[in-house]
Design a protein around this ligand. Structure first.
Ligand code: ADP
Length: 453
C-alpha cells in the first residue's frame, strides 16, 4: 500500500480523505493555502505544507506548487480531493510524469468526460442514451436555431466546459434564442475561459439520478446503486437520497445494468459517477464525474463501504474486493449539504463560528471541518458540513434527519439548516414526488417556511 499521500484539497472533503488514509495506515500531507492555516485537516495531518496565498488560483489550483509540495515531502501519491484539480487531465498527467500515483482514473478518461461534448459522443459509443441535441459545439445562434427547430422547444444551451450549473440557459422559444446564447456563452467564457456551447432538448421537470461506479485496473466494474439529487437550487444539488423514491424497480435495474456495461466498455478504473436526467419514463446521460463526489456518503451509509478507501486501493493496483453479488443495500440514507449561506437568498455567509454543536445518535454522521472558534474563509465553496442520516426505510430516515437537524447548532454564521428543516417537514417531499424544479417552485409558492429549530 502507499506509505504517504498528499491531499490536494480542503474543507470537509480533505478531512474525509485524511480519515480513510489514517485507517489504511497511510501517512498524510495537507497541502493548504494561507487561509487554511487553522483548518481541521491541516491540524490532523501528519505533515502540512503551505502552497500559497488564499486565492485558489495561487494555491489549490497551482499545479507546480502542489507537485512541488509532494516532491519535498516525499509522498508516493496525490489525492486530488473533490474540487480544484480533481478533474484536471493535465494535472493527472503531470503527477504521473513526476513518478507519483494520481488517485483517480486515466488522464484520457478525465479529459474526455471533462468536455461535455466529447462525453456525449463517448456515452453514445459505450451504449448510454443521451438527451437529443447537438453532435458537437455550435458555431452560431443560427445553427442553434436550426437544431432547436428539429428537437422542439424548450431546449437547453449548455457550456461544453460546464460545471456547477453555470453557463446553462433554458430557451422556451425561437425569439429567446439570441438573448440566451449571449448570456450562456458570456457566463461560460467568464467561468471556464471557454465559451463553447452545445444544445440539448430540455427535459421538463426531470429527476436527477446518478449511478455510483467502482472499476479496477483489472477490468472489473460494479455499481453501488443510484442517488437521487433532484433537490436543487440553480441546478446545484442541495439534498440527496438513496435509493430514489421516484424510480420504478425495472427502470432502476436497467439504468444500473447499462451503467456497468458502459463502464466496462470504456475500461474505467476508479470511482466515478454517471449522471442522468429521468423524465417521461426515460433516462438520459448528461455527464460523468471522474472523481469522488460530495454525496458519496449516502452510498456508504446503505452499503457499509468506504468509497475513498476503495478508490485508494484501486489506484494502488488492487483488484476490487467485492463482486456485484457481494454488494448489499440496506435501508435508506439522506444527505443535507449545510452551506454557509443565507437560507433565503443563498448569498455566502462566511465568518467566525461562535459555537458549533453537531448532532449525534444512531444513524447520524456529520462530515465537517467546523469547530467552535473557526473562521469560515470567504475564498472558497460555501459547503461547511454534511449531515448524513441512515434509517431502516425512507420514513425512518426522514424522521431521524428532522431530529438530527434540530440537534445541530452552528452559531455565528448563516447556514442552510433552516431550509432543510422546512424541506424535511414538507408533505410533498415526504411523498417522494419531487423533481429538479420542485425546490424553486415551492419557495416561490411560499410553501417552505424557514425555522431556526
Ligand atoms: P453541471 O455540470 O453544470 O452541474 P449538468 O449537466 O450536470 O451540469 O446539469 C446540472 C443540472 O441541470 C441537472 O441536475 C438538471 O437539474 C439540469 N439539467 C441538465 N441537463 C438537463 C436537460 N437536458 N433537461 C433538463 N434539465 C437538465
Amino acid at each position: 500500500m502507499f506509505s504517504k499521500i498528499l491531499i490536494a484539497g480542503r474543507g470537509e472533503s480533505a478531512l474525509r480523505i485524511l480519515r480513510s488514509c489514517q485507517e489504511l495506515g497511510i501517512a498524510t500531507v495537507a497541502a493548504h493555502s494561507e487561509a487554511d492555516d487553522h483548518a481541521m485537516h491541516v491540524r490532523l495531518a501528519d505533515e502540512s505544507v503551505c502552497i500559497g496565498p488564499a486565492p485558489a488560483r495561487q494555491s489549490y489550483l497551482d499545479q507546480a506548487a502542489v507537485i512541488g509540495a509532494a516532491m519535498i515531502t516525499d509522498v508516493d501519491a496525490i489525492h486530488p480531493g473533490i474540487g480544484f484539480l480533481s478533474e484536471n487531465a493535465e494535472f493527472a498527467d503531470k503527477v504521473r510524469e513526476h513518478g507519483l500515483a494520481f488517485i483517480g482514473p486515466s488522464a484520457e478518461h478525465i479529459r474526455t468526460m471533462g468536455d461535455k461534448i466529447a462525453a456525449r459522443t463517448l456515452a453514445k459509443e459505450i451504449g448510454l442514451p443521451v438527451v437529443p441535441g447537438s453532435a458537437g459545439a455550435l458555431s452560431s445562434p443560427e445553427e442553434a436555431r436550426e437544431l432547436a427547430k428539429e428537437c422542439g422547444y424548450p431546449v437547453l444551451l449548455k457550456a461544453a466546459a460546464g460545471g456547477g450549473g453555470r453557463g446553462m440557459q433554458v430557451v422556451e422559444s425561437a425569439d429567446e434564442l439570441e438573448r440566451c446564447w449571449i448570456l450562456a456563452s458570456g457566463e461560460a467564457e467568464g467561468a471556464f475561459n471557454d465559451g463553447r456551447l452545445y444544445l440539448e432538448k430540455f427535459i421538463r421537470d426531470p429527476r436527477h439520478i446518478e449511478v455510483q461506479i467502482l472499476g479496477d485496473t483489472k477490468g472489473a466494474v460494479i455499481h453501488l446503486g443510484e442517488r437521487d439529487c433532484s433537490i436543487q437550487r440553480r441546478n446545484q444539488k442541495l439534498l440527496e437520497e438513496t435509493p430514489s423514491a421516484g424510480l420504478p424497480p425495472e427502470v432502476r435495474e436497467r439504468l444500473l445494468t447499462l451503467s456497468v456495461e458502459a463502464m466496462q466498455n470504456m475500461g474505467y478504473d476508479s470511482a466515478g459517477t454517471l449522471e442522468f436526467v429521468y423524465g417521461d419514463g426515460k433516462f438520459y446521460f448528461i455527464e460523468m464525474n471522474t472523481r469522488i463526489q460530495v454525496e458519496h456518503t449516502i452510498t456508504e451509509a446503505i452499503t457499509g463501504l468506504d468509497l475513498v478507501r476503495e478508490q485508494i486501493k484501486i489506484a494502488y493496483g488492487e483488484p476490487l474486493a467485492l463482486t456485484q453479488d457481494q454488494v448489499s443495500f440496506t435501508g435508506h440514507a439522506i444527505e443535507c449539504r449545510v452551506n454557509a449561506e443565507d437560507p433565503e437568498t443563498f448569498m455566502p455567509s462566511p465568518g467566525y463560528v461562535r459555537s458549533y454543536h453537531p448532532a449525534g445518535g444512531a444513524g447520524v454522521r456529520i462530515d465537517s471541518a467546523l469547530y467552535s472558534g473557526y473562521s469560515v474563509p470567504i475564498h472558497y465553496d460555501s459547503l461547511v458540513a454534511k449531515l448524513i442520516v441512515w434509517g431502516q426505510d425512507r420514513d425512518h430516515a426522514i424522521a431521524r434527519t428532522i431530529r438530527a437537524l434540530d440537534e445541530t447548532v452552528v452559531d455565528g454564521i448563516e447556514t442552510t439548516l433552516p431550509l432543510f428543516r422546512a424541506i424535511l417537514k414538507d408533505a410533498e417531499f415526504s411523498s417522494g414526488q419531487y423533481d429538479t424544479g420542485w425546490l424553486e417552485r415551492s419557495r416561490k409558492a411560499g410553501r417552505l417556511v424557514l425555522s431556526e429549530g
